[in-house]
Design a protein around this ligand. Structure first.
Ligand SMILES: Cc1cc2nc3c(=O)[nH]c(=O)nc-3n(C[C@H](O)[C@H](O)[C@H](O)COP(=O)(O)OP(=O)(O)OC[C@H]3O[C@@H](n4cnc5c(N)ncnc54)[C@H](O)[C@@H]3O)c2cc1C
Length: 465
Protein backbone atom coordinates (compact mmCIF):
# COMPACT_ATOMS: atom_id res chain seq x y z
CA UNK A 1 0.00 0.00 0.00
CA UNK A 2 1.21 3.48 -0.88
CA UNK A 3 1.39 5.47 2.34
CA UNK A 4 2.85 8.63 0.82
CA UNK A 5 0.52 11.58 0.99
CA UNK A 6 2.48 14.76 0.48
CA UNK A 7 0.65 17.82 1.83
CA UNK A 8 1.27 21.41 0.87
CA UNK A 9 0.38 24.42 3.00
CA UNK A 10 -3.09 24.77 1.51
CA UNK A 11 -6.13 23.02 2.93
CA UNK A 12 -7.33 19.80 1.34
CA UNK A 13 -10.99 19.03 0.72
CA UNK A 14 -11.68 15.38 -0.07
CA UNK A 15 -14.98 14.43 -1.74
CA UNK A 16 -16.29 10.86 -1.86
CA UNK A 17 -18.74 10.40 -4.75
CA UNK A 18 -18.55 12.14 -8.12
CA UNK A 19 -22.16 12.79 -9.07
CA UNK A 20 -24.77 15.40 -8.20
CA UNK A 21 -24.02 16.15 -4.54
CA UNK A 22 -20.28 15.46 -4.59
CA UNK A 23 -19.35 17.39 -7.72
CA UNK A 24 -21.74 20.26 -6.93
CA UNK A 25 -19.92 20.57 -3.60
CA UNK A 26 -16.51 20.41 -5.26
CA UNK A 27 -17.50 22.93 -7.95
CA UNK A 28 -19.03 25.38 -5.50
CA UNK A 29 -16.00 25.17 -3.21
CA UNK A 30 -13.75 25.81 -6.21
CA UNK A 31 -15.87 28.81 -7.24
CA UNK A 32 -15.31 30.32 -3.80
CA UNK A 33 -11.68 29.35 -3.24
CA UNK A 34 -8.92 29.10 -5.81
CA UNK A 35 -6.39 26.29 -6.06
CA UNK A 36 -3.80 28.33 -4.13
CA UNK A 37 -5.95 28.18 -1.03
CA UNK A 38 -7.84 24.91 -1.40
CA UNK A 39 -6.83 21.61 -2.93
CA UNK A 40 -9.83 19.48 -3.94
CA UNK A 41 -9.53 15.73 -4.40
CA UNK A 42 -12.66 13.84 -5.54
CA UNK A 43 -12.99 10.04 -5.61
CA UNK A 44 -15.50 8.34 -7.92
CA UNK A 45 -15.59 4.59 -8.31
CA UNK A 46 -17.53 4.67 -11.61
CA UNK A 47 -16.69 5.88 -15.10
CA UNK A 48 -18.67 9.14 -15.09
CA UNK A 49 -19.14 12.37 -13.17
CA UNK A 50 -22.05 14.79 -12.85
CA UNK A 51 -24.52 12.73 -14.84
CA UNK A 52 -28.29 12.72 -14.77
CA UNK A 53 -29.61 9.34 -13.64
CA UNK A 54 -33.01 11.09 -13.90
CA UNK A 55 -32.60 11.03 -17.67
CA UNK A 56 -31.94 7.28 -17.97
CA UNK A 57 -35.59 6.32 -18.65
CA UNK A 58 -35.70 8.85 -21.51
CA UNK A 59 -32.40 7.66 -22.94
CA UNK A 60 -33.61 4.05 -22.82
CA UNK A 61 -36.91 5.05 -24.46
CA UNK A 62 -35.03 6.80 -27.28
CA UNK A 63 -36.42 10.26 -26.45
CA UNK A 64 -32.85 11.30 -25.57
CA UNK A 65 -30.74 10.04 -28.45
CA UNK A 66 -27.39 9.54 -26.77
CA UNK A 67 -25.82 8.93 -23.38
CA UNK A 68 -23.52 11.92 -23.40
CA UNK A 69 -26.48 14.31 -23.37
CA UNK A 70 -27.03 13.15 -19.78
CA UNK A 71 -23.57 14.23 -18.66
CA UNK A 72 -23.62 17.75 -17.27
CA UNK A 73 -19.87 18.00 -16.68
CA UNK A 74 -17.20 15.56 -17.80
CA UNK A 75 -14.16 14.50 -15.75
CA UNK A 76 -11.97 16.60 -18.05
CA UNK A 77 -14.10 19.68 -17.38
CA UNK A 78 -13.76 19.17 -13.63
CA UNK A 79 -10.01 18.66 -13.93
CA UNK A 80 -9.73 21.85 -15.99
CA UNK A 81 -11.11 23.63 -12.92
CA UNK A 82 -8.34 22.28 -10.71
CA UNK A 83 -10.32 19.48 -9.16
CA UNK A 84 -8.09 16.41 -8.75
CA UNK A 85 -10.66 13.87 -9.87
CA UNK A 86 -9.76 10.21 -9.40
CA UNK A 87 -12.11 8.06 -11.45
CA UNK A 88 -12.48 4.31 -10.95
CA UNK A 89 -11.21 4.83 -7.42
CA UNK A 90 -13.31 3.59 -4.53
CA UNK A 91 -12.95 4.86 -1.00
CA UNK A 92 -12.94 1.80 1.24
CA UNK A 93 -12.42 3.36 4.67
CA UNK A 94 -12.75 6.67 6.47
CA UNK A 95 -10.34 7.11 9.37
CA UNK A 96 -12.02 9.92 11.28
CA UNK A 97 -9.39 10.13 14.03
CA UNK A 98 -6.48 10.55 11.64
CA UNK A 99 -8.49 12.54 9.08
CA UNK A 100 -7.73 10.36 6.10
CA UNK A 101 -9.46 8.04 3.65
CA UNK A 102 -8.23 4.82 2.15
CA UNK A 103 -8.92 4.40 -1.60
CA UNK A 104 -8.54 1.47 -3.97
CA UNK A 105 -7.98 1.66 -7.70
CA UNK A 106 -10.89 -0.43 -8.99
CA UNK A 107 -8.91 -1.76 -11.97
CA UNK A 108 -5.44 -2.40 -10.48
CA UNK A 109 -6.47 -3.02 -6.86
CA UNK A 110 -3.72 -0.64 -5.65
CA UNK A 111 -4.56 1.10 -2.36
CA UNK A 112 -3.40 4.35 -0.80
CA UNK A 113 -4.34 6.76 1.99
CA UNK A 114 -5.22 10.41 1.38
CA UNK A 115 -5.48 12.80 4.30
CA UNK A 116 -8.05 15.60 4.49
CA UNK A 117 -8.71 18.78 6.36
CA UNK A 118 -12.34 18.69 5.27
CA UNK A 119 -14.37 15.75 4.02
CA UNK A 120 -17.57 15.53 1.96
CA UNK A 121 -19.51 12.27 1.87
CA UNK A 122 -21.74 12.08 -1.22
CA UNK A 123 -21.96 8.35 -1.78
CA UNK A 124 -25.59 8.39 -2.94
CA UNK A 125 -27.94 5.45 -2.68
CA UNK A 126 -27.77 1.81 -3.61
CA UNK A 127 -30.67 0.14 -5.42
CA UNK A 128 -32.52 -2.60 -3.60
CA UNK A 129 -31.69 -5.89 -5.29
CA UNK A 130 -33.78 -8.69 -3.80
CA UNK A 131 -32.05 -11.95 -2.99
CA UNK A 132 -34.15 -14.03 -5.38
CA UNK A 133 -33.20 -17.02 -7.47
CA UNK A 134 -32.22 -15.80 -10.94
CA UNK A 135 -31.84 -12.13 -10.01
CA UNK A 136 -28.32 -12.03 -11.47
CA UNK A 137 -29.27 -13.75 -14.73
CA UNK A 138 -28.49 -11.98 -18.00
CA UNK A 139 -31.47 -9.88 -19.03
CA UNK A 140 -32.21 -8.61 -15.49
CA UNK A 141 -31.31 -4.93 -15.16
CA UNK A 142 -31.23 -2.09 -12.67
CA UNK A 143 -31.21 1.52 -13.89
CA UNK A 144 -29.16 3.36 -11.28
CA UNK A 145 -26.13 4.38 -13.32
CA UNK A 146 -25.21 5.18 -16.91
CA UNK A 147 -23.45 1.80 -17.06
CA UNK A 148 -26.74 0.17 -16.03
CA UNK A 149 -28.56 2.10 -18.76
CA UNK A 150 -26.00 1.04 -21.36
CA UNK A 151 -26.22 -2.61 -20.28
CA UNK A 152 -30.01 -2.49 -20.62
CA UNK A 153 -29.76 -0.91 -24.07
CA UNK A 154 -27.27 -3.63 -25.10
CA UNK A 155 -29.73 -6.29 -23.96
CA UNK A 156 -32.57 -4.63 -25.87
CA UNK A 157 -30.41 -4.53 -29.01
CA UNK A 158 -29.74 -8.29 -28.67
CA UNK A 159 -33.21 -9.41 -27.58
CA UNK A 160 -35.53 -10.85 -30.16
CA UNK A 161 -38.49 -11.29 -27.80
CA UNK A 162 -41.01 -8.59 -27.05
CA UNK A 163 -42.01 -9.11 -23.39
CA UNK A 164 -40.70 -6.85 -20.64
CA UNK A 165 -41.48 -7.10 -16.95
CA UNK A 166 -40.89 -4.12 -14.70
CA UNK A 167 -40.61 -5.03 -11.03
CA UNK A 168 -41.81 -2.18 -8.83
CA UNK A 169 -44.25 0.58 -9.70
CA UNK A 170 -42.78 3.61 -7.97
CA UNK A 171 -41.75 6.51 -10.13
CA UNK A 172 -38.73 4.72 -11.62
CA UNK A 173 -40.86 1.65 -12.36
CA UNK A 174 -43.56 3.64 -14.14
CA UNK A 175 -41.02 5.71 -16.08
CA UNK A 176 -39.31 2.49 -17.19
CA UNK A 177 -42.70 1.00 -18.14
CA UNK A 178 -43.13 3.96 -20.49
CA UNK A 179 -39.61 3.48 -21.85
CA UNK A 180 -40.27 -0.18 -22.64
CA UNK A 181 -43.59 0.64 -24.33
CA UNK A 182 -41.84 3.17 -26.49
CA UNK A 183 -39.31 0.47 -27.42
CA UNK A 184 -42.23 -1.64 -28.63
CA UNK A 185 -42.42 -4.13 -25.76
CA UNK A 186 -45.48 -5.67 -24.15
CA UNK A 187 -45.08 -4.54 -20.58
CA UNK A 188 -46.13 -6.17 -17.31
CA UNK A 189 -45.57 -4.26 -14.08
CA UNK A 190 -45.43 -6.42 -10.94
CA UNK A 191 -45.84 -4.42 -7.80
CA UNK A 192 -45.98 -5.33 -4.11
CA UNK A 193 -48.20 -2.38 -3.18
CA UNK A 194 -51.95 -2.27 -3.38
CA UNK A 195 -51.70 0.27 -6.21
CA UNK A 196 -48.81 1.76 -8.22
CA UNK A 197 -47.07 4.90 -6.94
CA UNK A 198 -47.02 4.23 -3.22
CA UNK A 199 -45.98 7.86 -2.74
CA UNK A 200 -49.66 8.65 -3.43
CA UNK A 201 -52.70 7.60 -1.43
CA UNK A 202 -54.23 4.41 -2.84
CA UNK A 203 -57.29 6.26 -4.21
CA UNK A 204 -54.95 8.38 -6.37
CA UNK A 205 -52.75 5.37 -7.15
CA UNK A 206 -55.85 3.66 -8.52
CA UNK A 207 -56.17 6.41 -11.13
CA UNK A 208 -52.57 5.74 -12.18
CA UNK A 209 -53.27 2.00 -12.43
CA UNK A 210 -56.39 2.53 -14.54
CA UNK A 211 -54.52 4.86 -16.86
CA UNK A 212 -51.59 2.44 -17.19
CA UNK A 213 -53.99 -0.41 -17.96
CA UNK A 214 -55.55 1.85 -20.58
CA UNK A 215 -52.08 2.14 -22.15
CA UNK A 216 -51.96 -1.63 -22.51
CA UNK A 217 -49.67 -2.29 -19.52
CA UNK A 218 -50.58 -5.40 -17.55
CA UNK A 219 -50.66 -4.31 -13.92
CA UNK A 220 -50.13 -6.95 -11.24
CA UNK A 221 -50.52 -5.32 -7.84
CA UNK A 222 -50.34 -6.63 -4.28
CA UNK A 223 -47.94 -9.32 -5.50
CA UNK A 224 -44.38 -10.22 -4.52
CA UNK A 225 -41.92 -11.53 -7.08
CA UNK A 226 -40.56 -14.82 -5.70
CA UNK A 227 -38.13 -15.88 -8.44
CA UNK A 228 -36.76 -15.10 -11.85
CA UNK A 229 -36.83 -18.10 -14.15
CA UNK A 230 -34.12 -18.73 -16.69
CA UNK A 231 -34.02 -20.62 -19.97
CA UNK A 232 -31.52 -23.21 -21.22
CA UNK A 233 -29.24 -20.36 -22.30
CA UNK A 234 -29.16 -19.03 -18.72
CA UNK A 235 -31.00 -15.86 -19.67
CA UNK A 236 -34.11 -14.68 -17.88
CA UNK A 237 -37.32 -16.03 -19.44
CA UNK A 238 -40.01 -15.25 -16.88
CA UNK A 239 -40.80 -13.55 -13.60
CA UNK A 240 -42.43 -15.81 -11.02
CA UNK A 241 -44.81 -14.89 -8.23
CA UNK A 242 -46.49 -17.15 -5.66
CA UNK A 243 -49.10 -18.31 -8.15
CA UNK A 244 -48.18 -17.08 -11.63
CA UNK A 245 -45.41 -16.67 -14.18
CA UNK A 246 -45.02 -13.69 -16.50
CA UNK A 247 -42.93 -14.18 -19.64
CA UNK A 248 -39.96 -11.84 -19.75
CA UNK A 249 -37.30 -11.31 -22.39
CA UNK A 250 -36.01 -8.50 -20.25
CA UNK A 251 -36.63 -7.52 -16.62
CA UNK A 252 -36.14 -4.05 -15.18
CA UNK A 253 -35.84 -3.67 -11.41
CA UNK A 254 -37.17 -0.47 -9.89
CA UNK A 255 -37.85 -1.34 -6.29
CA UNK A 256 -36.32 1.55 -4.47
CA UNK A 257 -33.00 2.56 -3.00
CA UNK A 258 -31.33 2.72 0.41
CA UNK A 259 -28.73 5.26 1.54
CA UNK A 260 -25.20 4.12 0.64
CA UNK A 261 -23.75 4.56 4.12
CA UNK A 262 -21.69 1.42 4.82
CA UNK A 263 -18.48 3.50 4.89
CA UNK A 264 -20.01 6.07 7.21
CA UNK A 265 -21.41 3.38 9.50
CA UNK A 266 -18.01 1.66 9.73
CA UNK A 267 -16.43 5.03 10.59
CA UNK A 268 -18.88 5.48 13.47
CA UNK A 269 -20.71 8.46 11.93
CA UNK A 270 -24.31 9.06 13.08
CA UNK A 271 -27.08 7.41 11.05
CA UNK A 272 -30.84 7.89 11.39
CA UNK A 273 -33.65 5.36 11.49
CA UNK A 274 -33.80 5.23 7.67
CA UNK A 275 -30.08 4.43 7.44
CA UNK A 276 -29.06 7.87 6.15
CA UNK A 277 -26.38 10.13 7.61
CA UNK A 278 -27.63 12.73 10.07
CA UNK A 279 -26.56 16.31 9.45
CA UNK A 280 -27.33 19.72 10.85
CA UNK A 281 -28.82 22.56 8.78
CA UNK A 282 -25.44 23.37 7.21
CA UNK A 283 -25.21 19.72 6.02
CA UNK A 284 -22.41 19.12 8.52
CA UNK A 285 -22.44 15.57 9.90
CA UNK A 286 -23.68 15.85 13.45
CA UNK A 287 -20.85 15.97 15.94
CA UNK A 288 -18.13 16.31 13.28
CA UNK A 289 -16.79 19.82 12.63
CA UNK A 290 -15.00 19.04 9.37
CA UNK A 291 -17.25 16.44 7.71
CA UNK A 292 -20.28 17.25 5.54
CA UNK A 293 -22.70 14.91 3.78
CA UNK A 294 -25.45 15.41 1.22
CA UNK A 295 -27.61 13.88 -1.49
CA UNK A 296 -29.08 10.40 -1.40
CA UNK A 297 -26.88 9.26 1.50
CA UNK A 298 -28.46 11.61 4.07
CA UNK A 299 -31.77 11.99 5.84
CA UNK A 300 -33.55 15.32 5.56
CA UNK A 301 -36.01 17.20 7.72
CA UNK A 302 -39.58 17.00 6.47
CA UNK A 303 -40.93 20.49 7.11
CA UNK A 304 -44.54 19.31 7.20
CA UNK A 305 -44.26 16.35 9.58
CA UNK A 306 -41.23 17.65 11.49
CA UNK A 307 -39.57 14.24 11.14
CA UNK A 308 -36.41 13.04 9.42
CA UNK A 309 -36.97 11.20 6.12
CA UNK A 310 -34.92 9.68 3.33
CA UNK A 311 -35.89 11.50 0.13
CA UNK A 312 -33.46 10.38 -2.60
CA UNK A 313 -34.00 12.99 -5.31
CA UNK A 314 -31.62 14.84 -7.58
CA UNK A 315 -33.26 18.15 -6.84
CA UNK A 316 -32.10 17.91 -3.20
CA UNK A 317 -28.68 16.42 -4.01
CA UNK A 318 -27.76 19.41 -6.18
CA UNK A 319 -28.86 21.90 -3.53
CA UNK A 320 -27.02 19.99 -0.80
CA UNK A 321 -23.86 20.05 -2.89
CA UNK A 322 -23.98 23.82 -3.32
CA UNK A 323 -24.56 24.36 0.38
CA UNK A 324 -21.78 21.98 1.37
CA UNK A 325 -19.35 23.57 -1.08
CA UNK A 326 -20.09 27.03 0.30
CA UNK A 327 -19.62 25.92 3.90
CA UNK A 328 -16.52 23.84 3.21
CA UNK A 329 -14.99 26.91 1.55
CA UNK A 330 -15.58 28.96 4.68
CA UNK A 331 -18.92 30.53 3.71
CA UNK A 332 -22.33 30.05 5.26
CA UNK A 333 -25.39 28.37 3.74
CA UNK A 334 -28.15 26.19 5.13
CA UNK A 335 -30.71 23.69 3.85
CA UNK A 336 -34.06 24.20 5.57
CA UNK A 337 -35.62 20.83 4.71
CA UNK A 338 -38.09 19.45 2.20
CA UNK A 339 -41.84 19.34 1.79
CA UNK A 340 -41.68 16.14 -0.29
CA UNK A 341 -42.43 17.36 -3.81
CA UNK A 342 -42.04 14.98 -6.73
CA UNK A 343 -43.35 14.80 -10.27
CA UNK A 344 -43.14 12.06 -12.87
CA UNK A 345 -45.04 10.69 -15.84
CA UNK A 346 -45.99 7.53 -17.63
CA UNK A 347 -46.67 8.24 -21.30
CA UNK A 348 -49.09 11.18 -21.29
CA UNK A 349 -50.17 10.72 -17.67
CA UNK A 350 -48.62 13.18 -15.21
CA UNK A 351 -48.30 12.27 -11.54
CA UNK A 352 -47.31 14.69 -8.79
CA UNK A 353 -47.32 14.91 -5.05
CA UNK A 354 -46.15 17.13 -2.23
CA UNK A 355 -46.51 17.06 1.54
CA UNK A 356 -48.19 14.31 3.53
CA UNK A 357 -50.33 11.40 2.40
CA UNK A 358 -53.20 10.35 4.62
CA UNK A 359 -51.10 7.67 6.29
CA UNK A 360 -48.25 10.14 6.94
CA UNK A 361 -50.66 12.52 8.65
CA UNK A 362 -52.08 9.71 10.78
CA UNK A 363 -48.60 8.50 11.71
CA UNK A 364 -47.63 11.87 13.14
CA UNK A 365 -50.97 12.29 14.88
CA UNK A 366 -52.42 15.02 12.68
CA UNK A 367 -56.17 15.03 12.11
CA UNK A 368 -57.10 16.13 8.63
CA UNK A 369 -59.82 16.62 6.05
CA UNK A 370 -59.51 15.72 2.37
CA UNK A 371 -60.97 17.23 -0.77
CA UNK A 372 -60.73 15.57 -4.18
CA UNK A 373 -61.82 17.48 -7.27
CA UNK A 374 -61.93 16.94 -11.02
CA UNK A 375 -60.98 19.84 -13.23
CA UNK A 376 -59.24 20.63 -16.49
CA UNK A 377 -55.85 21.96 -17.54
CA UNK A 378 -57.38 24.73 -19.70
CA UNK A 379 -60.74 26.48 -19.95
CA UNK A 380 -63.26 23.76 -20.76
CA UNK A 381 -64.09 25.34 -24.13
CA UNK A 382 -60.44 25.75 -25.18
CA UNK A 383 -58.98 23.09 -27.52
CA UNK A 384 -57.12 20.19 -25.87
CA UNK A 385 -58.30 20.88 -22.34
CA UNK A 386 -57.45 17.70 -20.48
CA UNK A 387 -58.83 16.38 -17.22
CA UNK A 388 -57.02 16.16 -13.91
CA UNK A 389 -57.78 15.00 -10.39
CA UNK A 390 -56.45 16.99 -7.45
CA UNK A 391 -56.55 15.69 -3.90
CA UNK A 392 -55.80 18.07 -1.05
CA UNK A 393 -55.24 17.38 2.66
CA UNK A 394 -55.65 20.08 5.27
CA UNK A 395 -55.33 19.95 9.02
CA UNK A 396 -58.63 19.73 10.82
CA UNK A 397 -59.49 22.89 12.78
CA UNK A 398 -56.48 25.03 11.70
CA UNK A 399 -56.95 24.47 7.97
CA UNK A 400 -53.17 24.32 7.40
CA UNK A 401 -52.35 22.73 4.05
CA UNK A 402 -50.81 19.28 4.61
CA UNK A 403 -50.44 17.81 1.15
CA UNK A 404 -51.53 17.69 -2.48
CA UNK A 405 -51.58 14.89 -5.05
CA UNK A 406 -52.34 15.36 -8.74
CA UNK A 407 -52.99 12.83 -11.50
CA UNK A 408 -53.86 14.11 -14.96
CA UNK A 409 -52.75 14.79 -18.50
CA UNK A 410 -50.65 17.56 -19.95
CA UNK A 411 -50.39 20.60 -17.69
CA UNK A 412 -51.37 18.73 -14.52
CA UNK A 413 -48.08 17.73 -12.91
CA UNK A 414 -46.22 20.97 -12.43
CA UNK A 415 -49.27 22.56 -10.77
CA UNK A 416 -47.98 20.78 -7.68
CA UNK A 417 -45.36 23.52 -7.38
CA UNK A 418 -48.05 25.98 -6.29
CA UNK A 419 -48.86 23.63 -3.44
CA UNK A 420 -45.16 23.17 -2.62
CA UNK A 421 -44.81 26.92 -2.19
CA UNK A 422 -47.97 27.10 -0.10
CA UNK A 423 -46.70 24.26 2.11
CA UNK A 424 -43.33 25.95 2.55
CA UNK A 425 -45.11 29.14 3.57
CA UNK A 426 -47.34 27.12 5.95
CA UNK A 427 -50.48 28.55 4.32
CA UNK A 428 -53.99 27.52 5.19
CA UNK A 429 -56.25 26.22 2.46
CA UNK A 430 -58.44 29.26 3.07
CA UNK A 431 -55.49 31.56 2.29
CA UNK A 432 -54.80 29.51 -0.81
CA UNK A 433 -58.27 30.18 -2.20
CA UNK A 434 -57.24 33.82 -2.73
CA UNK A 435 -53.89 33.11 -4.42
CA UNK A 436 -53.33 35.39 -7.39
CA UNK A 437 -52.57 32.72 -9.98
CA UNK A 438 -52.28 33.52 -13.67
CA UNK A 439 -55.33 32.87 -15.79
CA UNK A 440 -56.07 32.79 -19.50
CA UNK A 441 -58.12 30.11 -21.27
CA UNK A 442 -55.11 28.32 -22.85
CA UNK A 443 -53.52 27.90 -19.40
CA UNK A 444 -56.30 27.13 -16.93
CA UNK A 445 -59.98 27.46 -16.20
CA UNK A 446 -60.87 30.77 -14.54
CA UNK A 447 -60.63 28.87 -11.24
CA UNK A 448 -57.36 26.98 -11.41
CA UNK A 449 -57.72 23.32 -10.27
CA UNK A 450 -55.53 24.13 -7.23
CA UNK A 451 -57.92 26.93 -6.24
CA UNK A 452 -60.94 24.68 -6.73
CA UNK A 453 -59.36 22.04 -4.46
CA UNK A 454 -58.44 24.68 -1.87
CA UNK A 455 -62.01 25.99 -1.81
CA UNK A 456 -63.37 22.49 -1.35
CA UNK A 457 -60.84 21.72 1.39
CA UNK A 458 -61.55 25.04 3.07
CA UNK A 459 -65.26 24.22 3.22
CA UNK A 460 -64.43 20.78 4.67
CA UNK A 461 -62.24 22.36 7.37
CA UNK A 462 -65.05 24.71 8.30
CA UNK A 463 -67.68 22.01 8.70
CA UNK A 464 -68.66 21.13 12.25
CA UNK A 465 -67.35 17.71 13.35
C1 LIG B 1 -33.74 6.06 -13.17
C2 LIG B 1 -33.69 7.22 -12.22
C3 LIG B 1 -34.51 8.31 -12.43
C4 LIG B 1 -34.48 9.39 -11.55
N1 LIG B 1 -35.30 10.46 -11.78
C5 LIG B 1 -35.28 11.51 -10.94
C6 LIG B 1 -36.11 12.64 -11.19
O1 LIG B 1 -36.87 12.68 -12.17
N2 LIG B 1 -36.05 13.69 -10.31
C7 LIG B 1 -35.21 13.68 -9.22
O2 LIG B 1 -35.18 14.68 -8.47
N3 LIG B 1 -34.40 12.63 -8.98
C8 LIG B 1 -34.42 11.55 -9.80
N4 LIG B 1 -33.59 10.47 -9.57
C9 LIG B 1 -32.74 10.47 -8.37
C10 LIG B 1 -31.43 11.18 -8.59
O3 LIG B 1 -30.76 10.63 -9.70
C11 LIG B 1 -30.58 11.04 -7.34
O4 LIG B 1 -31.29 11.57 -6.26
C12 LIG B 1 -29.25 11.75 -7.47
O5 LIG B 1 -28.47 11.18 -8.48
C13 LIG B 1 -28.51 11.67 -6.15
O6 LIG B 1 -27.26 12.25 -6.28
P1 LIG B 1 -26.08 11.87 -5.28
O7 LIG B 1 -24.88 12.63 -5.73
O8 LIG B 1 -26.54 12.00 -3.89
O9 LIG B 1 -25.89 10.30 -5.48
P2 LIG B 1 -25.51 9.46 -6.78
O10 LIG B 1 -26.03 10.08 -8.00
O11 LIG B 1 -25.91 8.05 -6.45
O12 LIG B 1 -23.93 9.54 -6.81
C14 LIG B 1 -23.13 8.95 -5.83
C15 LIG B 1 -21.81 8.62 -6.49
O13 LIG B 1 -20.91 8.18 -5.49
C16 LIG B 1 -20.14 7.12 -6.01
N5 LIG B 1 -19.67 6.36 -4.86
C17 LIG B 1 -20.42 5.73 -3.91
N6 LIG B 1 -19.63 5.18 -2.98
C18 LIG B 1 -18.36 5.46 -3.34
C19 LIG B 1 -17.10 5.16 -2.77
N7 LIG B 1 -17.01 4.45 -1.65
N8 LIG B 1 -15.99 5.59 -3.40
C20 LIG B 1 -16.07 6.31 -4.55
N9 LIG B 1 -17.25 6.64 -5.14
C21 LIG B 1 -18.37 6.21 -4.53
C22 LIG B 1 -21.10 6.36 -6.90
O14 LIG B 1 -20.41 5.62 -7.88
C23 LIG B 1 -21.93 7.49 -7.51
O15 LIG B 1 -21.43 7.95 -8.75
C24 LIG B 1 -33.59 9.38 -10.45
C25 LIG B 1 -32.76 8.28 -10.23
C26 LIG B 1 -32.80 7.21 -11.11
C27 LIG B 1 -31.89 6.03 -10.86
Amino acid sequence: MNMSDARGARERLVVIGGDAAGMSAASQARRLKGPDELEIVAFERGHFTSYSACGIPYWVSGDVPERDRLIARTPEEHRARDIDLRLRTEVTEIDVDRQRVRARDVDSGAESWTSYDKLVIATGARPVRPELPGVDAPGVHGVQTLDDGQALLDTLARTRGRCAVVVGAGYIGVEMAEAMIKRGYEVTAVNRGEEPMATLDPDMGRLVREAMEGMGITMVNGTEVTKLLTGDDGRVRAVGTEDAEFPADVVVLGIGVRPETALARAAGLPLGSHGGLLTDRSMRVRGHENIWAGGDCVEVLDLVSGQERHVPLGTHANKHGQIIGANAAGGYATFPGVVGTAVSKVCDLEIARTGLREKDARRVGLQYVTATIESTSRAGYYPNASSMTVKMLAERRTGRLLGVQIVGREGAGKRVDIAAVALTAAMTVDQMTALDLGYAPPFSPVWDPILVAARRASRAVGQPT
